[in-house]
Design a protein around this ligand. Structure first.
Ligand code: KG4
Ligand code: ZN
Length: 334
């Protein structure tokens, strides 16, 4: 059977709904929450309130624009976690309510697996086995993907996520949240070799970003003692140097994993996959090492329900449904 599924994502600060029909994503409606900007980061209580306000509108729009009537749906899918508890609860409860009302099976989706499966929304798709570097505001992982629903995290951050490192560094520079894209913009005009920051290296395929964050903080403090306008005068060079360092740390572990496991199919996913420095360096490495690389369209890199829909499609084909009394799987940070 080729199912029609409504999928809902609400793990952090994006409320999203998507319809997938016969494995083809029909739409990807996303309501982003700008309210967090003035607080310099996601405020969990405000996020869950905004999900509550947006979810009905987002689901209605996905249903209407797909042209599919409710009675043609075969399942309801939702993000179970990881994520913020209050945010997840909105999507989980909404999905359960719809499944009960329409008498449909429920499919729970792991948010991180969905980021990886976003590569199957559009062609070209990676061949198994492939490595996926999932880099977002909450996660930094290297995943070995053996099949649609068979994947293993082989390396991950032991502290901050790389997106968090971008955002916190941006905050130190006085830039608004989320600062990652702004650092990327400034970096385009700067010299990546202008400044050096020390980082703590982890063993194996794991990452750590707390060392470089501290080094950056002290660097700015010391430079500002000498010249109070140091940041304003050197913004582009600071951003370019920081970005080059972070990208180098990511690629070092990705290369190590690719060489040790003998994998040449390499994918990146998550919000930081939009970073132009990362994309350029990845292409350079691909040329040198003979990798085939895969980067999803931007709307499928950041949090979205289309990735939940494609994951749910493969779970449906395996009859992998869940019970109505299932609870969200939250974590402390995302
Ligand atoms: O996947 P995502 O939308 O949400 C999470 O699950 O976290 O990722 C958001 C993260 C933020 O930290 C944001 O600063 C970062 O992705 N980001 C970028 C860029 N675009 C988004 N970081 C660096 N360069 C970019 N161009
Ligand atoms: Zn995410």
């Amino acid at each position: 059977m080729h199912p029609v599924i409504l999928a809902i994502e609400s793990s952090c600060d994006e409320t999203s709904a998507s319809i997938i029909q016969h494995g083809k994503v029909l739409n990807n409606v996303i309501a982003s929450q700008s309210i967090h900007q003035k607080y310099g980061g996601v405020v969990p209580e405000l996020a869950s309130r905004a999900h509550q306000q947006n979810i009905l509108m987002v689901v209605n729009e996905a249903m209407t624009t797909s042209g599919i009537p409710f009675n043609e749906l075969n399942a309801i899918a939702f993000t179970r976690g990881p994520g913020l508890m209050g945010s997840l609860l909105v999507g989980v409860s909404f999905a359960k309510g719809m499944a009960l009302a329409l008498n449909l099976p429920l499919i729970e989706v792991n948010h991180m697996e969905a980021h990886v499966l976003a590569h199957f929304i559009q062609k070209p798709v990676p061949a198994f086995p492939f490595l996926c570097l999932t880099v977002s505001g909450g996660h930094t992982q290297i995943v070995l993907v053996e099949d649609y629903l068979k994947m293993k995290v082989i390396g991950e951050t032991q502290d901050d996520a790389v997106g968090e490192a971008f955002d916190k560094a941006a905050k130190m520079l006085g830039l608004p949240y989320p600062g990652g894209p702004l650092i990327d913009q400034y970096a385009k005009q700067g010299n990546p070799k202008a400044f050096k920051f020390s980082d703590t290296s982890m063993s194996g395929f794991d990452f750590s970003f707390s060392g470089i964050k501290t080094s950056f903080l002290y660097f700015l403090r010391d430079q500002k003692k000498i010249d109070p306008y140091f940041v304003e005068k050197n913004m582009a060079d600071i951003c370019a140097s920081l970005q080059a360092n972070l990208v180098k740390m990511l690629l070092k572990k990705l290369k190590l994993a690719a060489v040790e496991l003998g994998v040449k199919e390499i994918a990146i996913a998550g919000g930081v996959a939009a970073n132009s420095g990362l994309r350029t360096e990845l292409k350079n490495e691909a040329e040198k090492l003979g990798w085939r690389i895969y980067i999803p369209e931007f709307q499928y890199c950041t949090d979205n329900a289309a990735m939940i829909a494609i994951a749910a499609h493969y779970k449906f084909l395996k009859n992998d449904f869940c019970r109505l009394d299932i609870a969200p799987l939250a974590n402390l940070s995302i």
